[in-house]
Design a protein around this ligand. Structure first.
Ligand code: HEC
Ligand code: HEC
Length: 329
């Protein structure tokens, strides 16, 4: 067979169309427009938020689909074609400079989201996400409605849970300092409330705790722990003032387990996020020691009864009792 130019061009086009058919044609022919079990249509406000999401290039940093290989933060569900029915354009994205947002709805309270859009450093001091404070209030609300709807019906349940708890948190805050502390600590199971910090509050542990505090907590709880960081004006209830805990905790003796539990799980309904997916256990205990020593002025680290023993802890040396040797050996 002779390789004429016409033959090469026709051949190349055939190869091109064949691969295009396999990559694009077959998937679009087999794609079903059947909604998945979590799908629901956008509300008009969410549709406006979706347009803003596209226009502002959020997808340059955030994906909205999870494959089996992507398990990680925000990756609670494998994406299905039926999750995206009727969304034009379906903005899947491929970059993950920021976390995947396909199940973002209800991860955070509304006020966390508002403070975060106005300036991501408000809620996440080390964030590199740009601020969207040039948007109007209405546009921020639309973007927030859209983000709180990501995850469809499953997100609706999480958002409802946040808003139900928010009513309680706001009422407890309005009832005064003592009632609020009682409410907050009432959320912590008894076993955690009676657990001291198993790690000694060494100089190194406190430095580690301070560093994490500066990276993740300082713009809400403030450098002096009084809750008046730059995020405070946007949050209701405002971030906790740790210094008011002194009286309560010194009376009750234990503080480490309460801090651990609250940092691990967050306080649902308030802007206080959970950190169990971001921080390893020792870092949470270091934070608990840092808060206790720096802001409350009291730590129960290494008091008895001891909390969970870690497999490696420097405190072990202090507790080690040399065996009593029999005389004459
Ligand atoms: C330059 C990259 C970048 C762009 C653009 C960007 N983000 Fe982000 N985003 C991030 C990073 C990094 C984080 C994680 C740190 C944080 O919480 O701010 C994040 C976090 C988030 C979170 C919180 C996720 C969670 O639960 O922790 C939401 C919601 C969010 N972004 C929405 C948006 C929206 C909406 C836009 C567009 C208006 C946008 N982002 C644009 C980088 C980006
Ligand atoms: C976006 C703001 C925000 C960020 C970031 C934040 N917090 Fe909070 N925090 C709050 C709010 C709001 C509350 C609940 C206040 C209330 O209900 O009165 C709270 C409550 C707490 C409590 C509960 C204390 C108790 O006695 O029950 C602890 C402990 C705590 N935060 C520690 C931290 C630590 C440590 C970090 C960083 C790793 C952090 N927070 C980051 C806003 C924040």
């Amino acid at each position: 067979m002779k390789m004429t130019p016409a033959f090469v061009i026709v051949g190349a086009l055939l190869v091109f169309w064949a691969s295009a058919f396999i990559i694009v044609g077959i998937p679009s022919l087999t794609m079903k427009e059947t909604p998945s079990e979590i799908w629901r249509p956008f509300t008009p406000l969410e549709a406006r938020g979706h347009r803003l999401y596209v226009e502002n290039g959020c997808s340059y940093c955030h994906s909205q689909f999870i494959r089996v290989i992507d398990w990680g933060i925000g990756a609670e569900r494998i994406a299905k074609a039926g999750d995206y029915v009727g969304i034009e354009p379906a903005i899947l994205g491929s970059e993950r400079t920021g976390p995947d947002l396909s199940q973002e709805g209800g991860e955070h309270s509304d006020d966390w989201n508002r403070a975060h859009f106005l300036n991501p450093r408000n809620t996440t001091p080390i964030s590199l996400m740009p601020a969207w404070d040039f948007l109007s209030d209405g546009e921020i609300e639309a973007l927030m409605a859209y983000v709180q709807g990501l995850g469809g019906k499953a997100a609706d349940l999480r958002v409802k849970r946040q808003r139900d708890w928010k009513r309680q948190a706001v009422a407890a805050y309005a009832a005064g300092v003592d009632a609020n502390i009682e409410w907050l600590h009432g959320q912590v199971p008894e076993v955690w409330r009676r657990m001291p910090n198993p790690y000694p509050a060494t100089e190194a542990a406190l430095q580690r705790g301070k560093r994490i505090y500066q990276q993740l907590c300082i713009n809400c709880h403030s450098p002096i722990g009084d809750g008046n960081g730059p995020a405070q004006p946007h949050l209701n209830p405002p971030p906790l003032n740790f210094t008011i805990l002194r009286r309560h905790l010194v009376e009750n003796r234990y503080i480490g387990g309460i801090f651990y539990y609250q940092i691990m799980n967050g306080v649902t309904g308030t802007a206080m996020p959970y950190f169990k997916k971001h921080l390893e256990s020792e870092k949470i205990w270091d934070l608990a020691n840092y808060l206790a020593v720096s802001f409350v002025g009291y730590t129960d680290a290494n008091t008895d009864p001891r909390g969970i023993d870690a497999s490696y802890e420097s405190g072990w040396v202090n507790r080690y009792q040399p065996p009593v040797l029999a005389p004459g050996r």
